[in-house]
Design a protein around this ligand. Structure first.
Ligand SMILES: C[S@@+](CC[C@H](N)C(=O)[O-])C[C@H]1O[C@@H](n2cnc3c(N)ncnc32)[C@H](O)[C@@H]1O
Length: 288
């Protein structure tokens, strides 16, 4: 089979994926199994795939047919130009989250980059914390997750990317006070309502950790509410709170944050969905 024929086979077989996602899966297959980027694969589309490569590609396609995400198949994901180890213990880091990291970096750079204390709540693979530390090594990063398994992956990723981060296993819903101030608190917490499950692709639903995804329909802001309350105690008065959010709950988020004394900016992601919020205190908060 030639590279061109494989591409055609792949596109026809995986019609159930949206075009953009299918293209990105195909790119990863070409890159990881054939060592070619899209342009190289296009130029060499008449080239025969070796028997060994073909057998590997077939195995990957069998996993994809079982809805196993391609990143779990290769145990690899790219985030902010860095390589992360991923497996079903952690959520696969998303492009929207890269946009949030970019916003945080631009904000910090605007402040003049003093050494800042940053907390990432629900760190998962460690993507946010590691990307921030890699870009701005002078930051002091703390990263928290309830899942010991996720923290094992995050620690391995910090080592792989040669950054020093303080990891904590803690259930944020049980925390009242962090015991120290932070200049930036960031979180991409679970935010998918049970009622949104039907809209999700089986590769997410069947393979990514539900602990990382779902919140109850009757309390979808559970994590944001708790983190914002903690921020009123532990965020430096000049500091900022950053959230990735459920695209359908932007207004509710702004209202909740306003009630807690925050002034917030809502931003859309590249797909035009309300996706991230930055909040700062309007006035110095009174602890409660
Ligand atoms: C949406 S994932 C985000 C992962 C990673 N930060 C990212 O952006 O790719 C949410 C993370 O929150 C963690 N989590 C869920 N409940 C938690 C809790 N009560 N306390 C702390 N972390 C929690 C999950 O284990 C998961 O790693």
């Amino acid at each position: 089979m030639t590279i061109g024929e494989f591409k055609k086979y792949f596109i026809e077989t995986f019609r159930n994926y949206e075009i953009v996602e299918r293209s990105s899966i195909l790119s990863m297959l070409l890159e990881e199994s054939l060592g070619m980027n899209n342009v190289e694969a296009h130029i060499h589309h008449h080239k025969e795939i070796t028997a060994e490569q073909l057998s590997e590609l077939k195995q990957r396609c069998q996993q994809l047919a079982l809805n196993i995400p391609v990143q779990y198949s290769y145990q690899k994901a790219y985030f902010f130009g860095l390589e992360f180890y991923v497996d079903p213990r952690v959520l696969i880091p998303r492009q929207e989250t890269e946009e949030l990291v970019d916003w945080i970096l631009q904000t910090i750079i605007g402040w003049g980059i003093p050494p800042l204390r940053v907390l990432d709540i629900g760190t998962g693979s460690g993507a946010i914390a590691i990307a921030l530390k890699k870009q701005l090594p002078q930051l002091q990063l703390t990263a928290m997750d309830i899942s010991a398994e996720a923290l094992e992956v995050a620690q391995a990723n910090a080592k792989r990317n040669k950054v020093d981060i303080c990891f904590l296993q803690q259930d944020i819903l049980q925390v009242e006070d962090l015991g120290q101030p932070f200049d930036i608190i960031v979180s991409n917490p679970p935010y998918v309502r049970e009622q949104e499950k039907q809209q999700m692709h089986p590769n997410v639903l069947e393979h990514e950790p539900h602990l990382a995804l779902f919140v109850p329909d009757d309390n979808p802001l559970l994590f944001y509410d708790k983190i914002a309350t903690i921020a009123t105690r532990n965020l430096d008065p000049q500091g900022s709170l950053f959230f990735e959010i459920n695209q359908y709950l932007g207004k509710e988020m702004l209202q909740m944050l306003r009630q807690k004394g925050f002034h917030s900016k809502l931003r859309k992601d590249l797909n035009g969905n309300d996706r991230m919020i930055m909040s700062q205190f309007v006035n110095e908060p009174t602890n409660y």
